[in-house]
Design a protein around this ligand. Sequence first.
Ligand SMILES: CC(C)(COP(=O)(O)OP(=O)(O)OC[C@H]1O[C@@H](n2cnc3c(N)ncnc32)[C@H](O)[C@@H]1OP(=O)(O)O)[C@@H](O)C(=O)NCCC(=O)NCCSC(=O)C[C@H](O)C(=O)O
Ligand SMILES: [Mg+2]
Length: 294
Amino acid sequence: MTAIRPRRSALYMPGSNARAIEKAKTLAADVVILDLEDAVAPEAKAQAREQVCAAVRAGGYGGRELVIRVNALDTPWGEDDLAAAAAAQPDAILVPKVSTAETLAAVGLRLRRLGAAERTRVWAMIETPLAILDAQTIASAARDVDTRLDCFVMGTNDLAKDTRARLMPGRAAMLPWLMTALAAARAHGIDILDGVYNSLSDADGFRTECEQGRDCGFDGKTVIHPDQIAVANEVFAPSRDEIERARDIVALFELPQNAGKGAVSHNGRMVERLHAEMARRVLALAEAIADRAA
Ligand SMILES: CC(C)(COP(=O)(O)OP(=O)(O)OC[C@H]1O[C@@H](n2cnc3c(N)ncnc32)[C@H](O)[C@@H]1OP(=O)(O)O)[C@@H](O)C(=O)NCCC(=O)NCCSC(=O)C[C@H](O)C(=O)O
Ligand SMILES: [Mg+2]
């Protein structure tokens, strides 16, 4: 099994907000996304770029993954953002409004020409109607190592804007798109993070949406405020019961009497070897989370 990086919570912050960038060093988010795109006003873009890249170069974020969200290449800031981000060597560069696999090929090529560090991966925002309609092809870019594609991030605000679907409890309108992107990501072996929850005052609504995202199969949730981190970390981590059950299932298939069996019964339920595989992933994730906390 490939190493798992917990990505339960990914905290956005405006790249122009020095206080937030500093504060992130003390927050329990698994991922810190330093935004140069929609959270930064046009007149603040250049200063934000400088500030964000200086923060990434200086480090001090411990085990948190550091991600820079650049402006799209077809904007006045995109090329400069990409060059500066590549030089700063974050864990990943998040590309907004990716609608085609060609965009990822172009970003990969530029990163190679810029001499970007091998460790810097590319993440793609899935937030346009075209991206949903072509999610499979976009995710398949991960098969080309030059694209560095490692993770999808849902942009539900932009999806709502472009489709005119409403952001409402239960997300009936969004669910087909969320699941299409999720299936595409899984088909090509990359992670996928759920979109943000805009209300800062509705803690119950936020938890419900985290649980829905987890049950849909997302690896974590993108968040916009420190107050949302703890709940996302809790919901997207295996619970104590899940860990216990996973240990039982793995142990069951290690028993000599089950060596030749494909399916056994456990607490009144059928358990197959695929469940043992799932259980091993649960245990690996729990271990990675424990390592992160240590
Ligand atoms: C939404 C906010 C503007 C609210 O900010 P504020 O009113 O300052 O919040 P508080 O007073 O409650 O803040 C308390 C302290 O926490 C710090 N803080 C707040 N937010 C963050 C953060 N995101 N990261 C780090 N630290 C944060 C404050 O500095 C206070 O600290 P202290 O001084 O020590 O008390 C604000 O939360 C915010 O800007 N959030 C992020 C907005 C953002 O980045 N948006 C872009 C991404 S969302 C998106 O568009 C996704 C996608 O593209 C899509 O289409 O859906
Ligand atoms: Mg967006």
